[in-house]
Design a protein around this ligand. Structure first.
Ligand code: 0L1
Ligand code: MG
Length: 262
C-alpha cells in the first residue's frame, strides 16, 4: 500500500460526504497518483466501516464494469466490486429522489441470491450455479461521486463502484431452469426502449462475474456468505435519468421491475 491510514480515512470521508450530501468531487488519483489497488479497496472498506458505525446494514454485494459495453463506456478494462447497504434499497415500482443524488444513471442487472457460501480461489461458473438459490431482475442506479462521471479504475473502486440505489423485482427463478447467457434484457425509459442485451454480455456468463467476486474476496481471505444477494453487473451501457423519468426493465423468464425518479 502507498497511502497511510490518515490519508485513507480522509479520502473515505471526502467520498462518503460527497455521496451523502450529493455533490461531486475531482477524482482522487489526481492528488494521489501513487495509490495502488489495495489503497483503493481500503478506502472503500473505510467507507463501509463508517456506514456500519452509523447503524447501516450490508444487504448485498455488486460486481461492476463486467460487460464490454460498460468498460468501453467508462474507459476501463477490468471489473470492480463493491457493497450495498440498506438505504440503497428501493421497492419495486418505488421512487428515487433525484435531489439525493448527483447525476444518476440506470443499468439492467441479473441478480443472484446464494444458498451456499462461495469462496475462492478456484471459484468458477459451475460453483456459482451450484451455490445459487435463485436469480431475479434488478435495476441498479449508479451515481459516481466524480465530476462529469469521469474516473479511473482505482478512483471508482474507492468510491464503492458508484453504488447508490437498486431495485429488485419480477420472479425468483432457480438457475437450473435457465440459460443465463441467452436471457433477453429490454430496458425502457418513459415507454421508449433505451437498451437491449442478453446475459452473455456480462463476461460471457453472468455467473462468471460472481465467480470473479468470490476469487477477489478469496485473495483477501474472505468469502461470499450463504444468503448473499449479488448484482452481477450492468448488461448494457448505463442510461442517464432525470426527475419525472420512469424506468422499466423486462428480463426474459424473470419478469419486470421498475422505478421512477422524482
Ligand atoms: O455497476 C457498475 O457497473 C458501475 C461500476 C462503476 C463504474 C460506473 O460508475 O459506471
Ligand atoms: Mg451495476
Amino acid at each position: 500500500m502507498k497511502l497511510n491510514q490518515n490519508t485513507i480515512a480522509e479520502l473515505a470521508e471526502l467520498l462518503e460526504n460527497a455521496e451523502l450530501q450529493a455533490h461531486d468531487v475531482v477524482k482522487i488519483t489526481d492528488a494521489h497518483p501513487e495509490m495502488d489497488w489495495d489503497d483503493a479497496y481500503a478506502i472503500q472498506a473505510e467507507i463501509l466501516r463508517r456506514k456500519l458505525a452509523r447503524g447501516n446494514k450490508v444487504v448485498g454485494l455488486k460486481c461492476g464494469l463486467t460487460s464490454h459495453a460498460k468498460m468501453k463506456q467508462m474507459g476501463v478494462d477490468t471489473p470492480c466490486f463493491g457493497f450495498l447497504v440498506d438505504y440503497f434499497t428501493v421497492p419495486d415500482g418505488g421512487e428515487v429522489k433525484i435531489k439525493e443524488l448527483i447525476h444518476p444513471k440506470v443499468e439492467p442487472e441479473i441478480v443472484f441470491v446464494l444458498k451456499k457460501a462461495l469462496s475462492g480461489p478456484g471459484c468458477h461458473v459451475g460453483s456459482v450455479l451450484a451455490a445459487t438459490d435463485f436469480v431475479m431482475a434488478g435495476i441498479e442506479v449508479i451515481d459516481s461521486r466524480y465530476r462529469d462521471f469521469k474516473f479511473d479504475l482505482k478512483s471508482v473502486i474507492a468510491d464503492n463502484c458508484s453504488s447508490s440505489r437498486y431495485v429488485l423485482g419480477g420472479m425468483a427463478v432457480p438457475v437450473a431452469d435457465l440459460d443465463l447467457r441467452t436471457l433477453g434484457v429490454v430496458m425502457e425509459k418513459n415507454g421508449q426502449v433505451v437498451s437491449i442485451g442478453a446475459g452473455a454480455a456480462v463476461l460471457g456468463h453472468p455467473a462468471a462475474a460472481v465467480a470473479m467476486l468470490a476469487n477477489h474476496l478469496g485473495a483477501r481471505g474472505e468469502e461470499i456468505p450463504a444468503g448473499t444477494m449479488i448484482l452481477s453487473g450492468g448488461v448494457t451501457e448505463a442510461v442517464s435519468v432525470a426527475a419525472g423519468d420512469h424506468v422499466n426493465l423486462r428480463i426474459q423468464s424473470l419478469g419486470n421491475v421498475s422505478l421512477k425518479f422524482a
